[in-house]
Ligand binder design. Structure first.
Ligand code: GSH
Length: 237
């Protein structure tokens, strides 16, 4: 199998939570794979990463990839969990990936002070003459997407409130457990922890990094999941 991911950026070996989640799943299932970097997601079937090549099959989208991995391992990802655990896990994943994720995006793309990091980290491959143009065009698209999604219509204080409630919900869900369900991390832990890893470890820190630092139990949980599966989002020094 070959997993196509974004190249390293911002001190992250794997800067995309969706790509990191799949990497964790492949490692947990002990499926041999190689990783290839694609700098320009527009070149992929759905204009986003990750993409998995499994023989002649090309699967775009992390959730579809996970479904495929579950199928080829006879339920290796979801099969050992109860219906209720999968329901709670899917809900937490949606919270992380479809809501909290957008604050990570906003904290990188829409913060004027942080913006130069995005230009060098994501657009370094564009010839310098066109780099500013390409980056600013993409930034406008991100702002438009956040507006359509809805979160972009709120002021900063309101956005901080939404993000805090997401983080509190995840921290309360983990509670004093090692992982969401039992003594071993499962696919839903990979989804939540890979998302948090991007907020915790990107360098330099964003306003999201500062906010997550108010939730030390979540930081410990994220570290525990990465350590248990042996796959970290950040560059290991
Ligand atoms: N629902 C998709 C989301 C993937 C996604 O948003 N990937 C980002 C990187 S973290 C991407 O490729 N963005 C490029 C773009 O939106 O142009 C999945 O689960 O695979």
């Amino acid at each position: 199998m070959k997993l196509i991911t974004l190249p390293p950026a911002f001190g992250m070996r794997n800067v995309s939570p969706f790509c990191l989640k799949v990497e964790m799943a492949l490692a947990a299932l002990k499926l041999e794979h190689e990783i290839e970097w694609e700098k320009d997601p527009r070149k992929t079937p759905k204009g986003k990463l990750p993409v998995l090549h499994d023989g002649s099959r090309v699967i775009a989208d992390s959730e579809l990839i996970l479904q495929h991995l579950d199928d080829v391992t006879n339920g290796g990802l979801y099969g050992h969990l109860t219906a209720e655990q999968n329901a709670i896990g899917t809900s937490a994943t949606r919270l992380a990936e479809e809501h909290l994720y957008w604050f990570i995006v906003a904290s990188r793309w829409l913060d004027d002070d942080w913006w130069p990091n995005v230009v060098s980290g994501f657009f370094g491959f564009v010839p310098s003459l066109f780099r500013g143009l390409a980056a600013n065009g993409a930034r406008k698209e991100v702002a438009k997407t956040l507006h359509l999604q809805g979160l972009g219509r709120h002021n900063t204080d309101e956005q901080l409130g939404f993000a805090r409630r997401d983080l509190q919900a995840l921290q309360d869900l983990v509670g004093d457990k090692a992982f969401l369900f039992g003594d071993e991390p499962c696919i839903h832990d990979f989804s939540v922890a890979s998302l948090l890893a991007g907020a915790i470890d990107n360098k330099p820190v964003t306003w999201m990094t500062s906010m997550v630092s108010e939730y030390p139990a979540l930081i410990e949980y994220t570290e525990r999941v990465q350590s248990a599966v042996g796959v970290w989002g950040r560059e290991l020094g």
